[in-house]
Design a binder for this molecule. Structure first.
Ligand SMILES: N[C@@H](CCC(=O)N[C@@H](CS)C(=O)NCC(=O)O)C(=O)O
Length: 114
């Protein structure tokens, strides 16, 4: 079975649908493994991941397949937003280390507010 982790793209070199997904992954800086499909002899994985249309592109994220290029683009965009805010919150949390909130009282004791 295909690995559960990471991002894999089943595509075909001449497919503009595949190309737009590849472009989005690159623009967002998402590392991925590319699997070239022979559309005259489709892989078993492609048929399992996209049993209705049996078409590329198929994005597989942590073992979960996503089909239809526009759906995939939306998914990539949403994930990028989540990663942006997670990183922003992490940066803000790092700036607000507890030592920034330690005040020395007049009696010499430290008052910590987090
Ligand atoms: N609506 C689909 C279209 C995908 C599509 O037409 N893919 C073609 C390659 S460009 C394909 O896999 N064709 C194989 C077939 O029809 O058997 C999308 O946006 O992802």
């Amino acid at each position: 079975m295909e690995g559960e982790n990471g991002v894999k793209l089943h595509g075909m070199w001449a497919s503009t649908y595949s190309k737009r997904v590849e472009l989005a992954l690159r623009l967002k800086g998402v590392p991925y493994e590319y699997i070239e499909e022979d559309l005259s002899n489709k892989s078993q994985q492609l048929l399992e991941y996209n049993p209705v249309h049996k078409k590329v592109p198929v994005l597989v994220h942590n073992g979960k397949p996503i089909v239809e290029s526009y759906v995939i683009l939306e998914y990539i965009d949403e994930r990028a937003k989540v990663r942006f805010w997670a990183s922003y919150i992490q940066q803000q949390a790092t700036k607000s280390q507890p030592q920034n909130f330690i005040k020395t009282k007049s009696n010499g004791q430290e008052d910590v507010s987090i």
